[in-house]
Ligand binder design. Structure first.
Ligand code: AMP
Length: 363
């Protein structure tokens, strides 16, 4: 074990930066293993704060809050990738145990750095060019072919900050549409379907990889994941190889989500998320050790848990007012409901998800 403070004993305190539903489910898994959780989130009464020992209500880069987190927590983690990398660096520099580390966070926050890293470790992506001006888009279209997808380098999520560019004459308009910010132009991935793999790595370098999930999106937001996805053995091997290359390349500790494009004869990585992931929610009802417990085990220096599926699951996100279906869903025998405790059901907001147990696939 890399650090004499590990493994954490039950009763130790885990810090979570970010108080949304992912933090809430990390907190619930941690409390089942006997840990206390302290959440840092600027919004009072956050979904995670309400199921934890306590919440510090402050900005993520507030020096006093970071100091308190470092002092009261035996390990600090985060539940979303837009926590300032500098805040995580400050925590680590102050001597706190932080997992995953600041490097993984910094790489995942910048789409150009992310794709450069991925290709360097042999996890292939679409071809891309970095964009600083409309002229770069015109030159990029020449190289990548049209259409190509323009995305902001930073702060993009759920399909936000993205626009397809079909011809050179659209370059200036497309650049304006994303706010003329530093961007990436990506070749179109001619994928058959979108898959994802949830994986984990411990402080000792051991790796655990869950079966692939198959994802559908609507309006840029994840709607469903069906897992384990029906795939051939070669695709599963490729996904495992990609997961291990990324985890080892980042010297990663914790759970990581990898979004993939399935081109039939190969997999390309779309993006990585240095945290538990929406496409891994199926593991709550399909696996003995779900992704949240796995993350807690990994960062606490415990042995990683099993990743085999004991059931096929269809996970569906409930967005906005769809959460009003909760009472009908709660009455179903094949469905397990996971509500996030959010008060305001704004349009498109992730309010809950349901895991439906599917009949097994015949061999
Ligand atoms: P992202 O925000 O990068 O996850 O992209 C959101 C969605 O846009 C993905 O889930 C894909 O459906 C689609 N997409 C992203 N990048 C590409 C690409 N290079 N080629 C084709 N479709 C893409």
């Amino acid at each position: 074990m890399a650090d004499e403070r590990l493994p954490l004993q039950p009763g130790a305190t885990i810090g979570v930066m970010g108080g949304g539903q992912l933090g809430r489910m990390i907190s619930q898994a941690a409390s089942r293993l006997g840990f206390d959780v302290v959440v840092l989130d600027p919004e009072e009464n956050s979904p995670a704060g309400r199921v934890s020992r306590g919440q510090i209500v402050a900005a993520y880069d507030d020096p006093t809050a970071l100091n308190v987190m470092g002092r009261v927590c035996d390990v600090v983690t985060f539940e979303f990738e837009n926590v300032p990398a500098a805040a995580v660096e400050a925590l680590a520099a102050g001597g706190a145990l932080v997992a995953p580390g600041p490097t993984a966070l910094a790489i995942a926050q910048d789409r150009v750095d992310e794709k450069t890293f991925l290709n360097a470790v042999g996890a292939r992506t679409v071809d891309f060019v970095a964009v600083e001006s409309a002229g770069d888009i015109v030159a990029g279209l020449e190289r990548l072919g049209a259409p190509a997808l323009l995305k902001t380098r930073r702060d993009g999520y759920d399909g936000k900050g993205q626009v397809w560019v079909r011809k050179a004459s659209e370059a200036a308009h497309a650049f304006a549409a994303i706010g003329e910010r530093p961007a990436i132009l990506e070749a179109r991935a001619p994928f058959q379907r979108e898959l994802s793999v949830i994986c984990a790595r411990g402080w000792d370098g051991k790796v655990a990889v869950y079966p692939l999930g198959e994802n559908t999106h609507a309006g840029g937001i994840l709607r469903t994941t069906v897992a384990p996805a029906v795939t051939d053995a070669a695709t599963q091997r490729r996904a495992k190889r990609i997961a291990r290359a990324i985890l080892d390349g980042l010297d990663y500790v914790g759970v990581l989500g990898v979004e993939l494009f399935d081109l039939g004869d190969r997999l390309l990585v779309n993006e990585i998320a240095p945290r538990v992931h929406n496409t891994g929610h199926w593991t709550q009802d399909g696996c003995v050790c779900d992704q949240f417990e796995q993350h807690v085990r990994a960062i606490a220096g415990w042995p990683l848990g099993p990743t085999a599926a004991h059931a096929r699951i269809e996970m569906t996100n409930l967005l906005g007012s769809e959460v009003d279906r909760w009472s009908r869903l709660a009455g179903r025998a094949d469905t397990r409901l996971h509500l996030y405790g959010k008060v305001e059901a704004r349009r498109g907001r992730k309010m809950a998800h349901v895991n439906r147990i599917l009949p097994p696939v015949a061999d």
